[in-house]
Write a protein that binds this ligand. Structure first.
Ligand code: NAD
Length: 347
């Protein structure tokens, strides 16, 4: 029997990569364009499992509805799981994710935002196409010798550190679980957040969104930063209080910002809204700053990452239906990733 899987928030590129990988897995996949939320949860009936992405809402209500319809597993085709109430899912529905698919993709995008903002490539491109070859306003700075801070030295943060070391930057890092041996080997320095804010020319966010990190970039932390600091966020939108960032941009405290994520991105990102008015005044304000570069949650978007996402997602689903231990489970009992090491599930 081929298990039936419903995909939510599906785009053509998802279908392309999942269909190719599914030739080896043989799931019976139905693709829905709609995002998962309490209104669309009823589409989950008749499916054994569902597959969701970053802006699908998997809250208590959605989980209850899916559970009532006998959905047995939710496979996230992403790493972050801040959109899932995994406490509500415990003992009802197993939730699995893709913990790593290409940290290089995200780190390289963060570096691309930095370079583009610094050297104003995004301004130069439309200028030269329009026959304007002036350099006025395009002045950048040498990254060599400047200080970059990486907040969160997990898989992505470490890839970014190796890129920035290649530019000859001094690297500061913050992580509540510092890896001292790694820091010594890479000649980087772990410092408290205070030091990150006061010493860094560029600050890049690579920690998960949790109750501890929500709005960690706010009026107070911004006021402690160097004047003209560059802020890069490829983590999650809610790491930054966007209203406070806008004030800091207006005052010149923040010199530039590269944002691949935005706290209210779910109504806009991944969609073509070019023929509509942007009704989100905060997003609209961000988009008119000449020193803000917004990309639409595309840091993960490389061929290699999509291949790995499809492979791990379908392998997670196969593990679930085969009844084995779920190595990529998010588990309330284990307080996020499942720590069970035996071939046994927590429920
Ligand atoms: P990871 O789990 O390998 O690393 C996260 C690191 O953050 C860990 O070292 C952890 O100790 C640290 N951390 C935890 N709490 C912290 C805190 N309060 N302050 C500072 N650091 C803290 O994860 P990763 O694969 O490197 O991914 C990092 C984040 O990037 C994900 O949580 C996800 O939200 C985001 N992400 C974004 C995209 C994108 O396309 N924009 C793609 C993938 C991941």
């Amino acid at each position: 029997m081929n298990e039936k899987i419903a995909f939510f928030d599906t785009k053509p590129y998802d279908m392309q990569f999942f269909n190719a990988v599914n030739e080896s897995y043989h799931f019976d996949i139905t693709y829905f364009e709609a995002k998962l939320n309490s209104r669309t949860a009823m589409l989950g009936g008749n499916f054994d499992g569902i597959c969701v992405f970053v802006n699908d809402l998997v809250d208590h209500d959605v989980i209850s509805k899916l559970h009532q319809q006998n959905v047995k597993t939710i496979a996230l085709r992403c790493a972050g799981y801040n959109n899932v109430d995994f406490k509500a899912a415990y003992q009802k529905i197993h939730v699995v994710r893709v913990p790593a698919y290409s940290p290089y993709a995200v780190a390289e995008h963060a570096a691309a935002l930095m370079i583009s903002l610094n050297r104003k490539i995004y301004k130069a491109y439309p200028r030269t196409r329009d026959g304007n070859f002036s350099l006025n306003g395009l002045l950048g700075f040498d990254m060599h010798g400047k200080t970059a801070a990486v907040i969160g030295t997990g898989k992505i943060g470490r890839c970014l550190i190796s890129i920035l070391k290649g530019y000859g930057m001094r690297i500061l890092a913050y992580d509540p679980y510092p890896d001292v041996a790694y820091a010594a080997a890479e000649q980087i320095e772990y410092v408290p957040l205070e030091g990150i804010y006061s010493e860094s020319d560029i600050i890049s966010l690579h920690c998960p969104l949790t109750p501890q990190t929500e709005y960690m970039i706010n009026a107070d932390s911004l006021s402690r930063m160097k004047d003209g600091v560059m802020l890069i966020n490829t983590g999650r939108g809610k790491l930054i209080n966007t209203q406070h960032l806008i004030e800091a941009l207006k005052s010149g405290k923040v010199g530039s910002a590269g944002l691949d994520v935005y706290e209210e991105e779910s109504n806009y990102f991944f969609e073509d809204r070019s023929m509509e008015m942007i009704m989100d005044d905060i997003l609209a304000r961000l988009l008119v700053f000449p020193n803000v570069l917004v990309t639409s949650h595309q840091a993960f978007f490389t061929r290699e990452a999509l291949e790995n996402i499809a492979e791990t997602t379908l392998s997670n689903l196969r593990e679930f239906f085969d009844g084995g231990y779920l190595k990529n489970e998010i588990c309330y009992k284990c307080d996020s990733v499942c720590l069970k090491k035996q071939n046994k599930r927590c429920f």
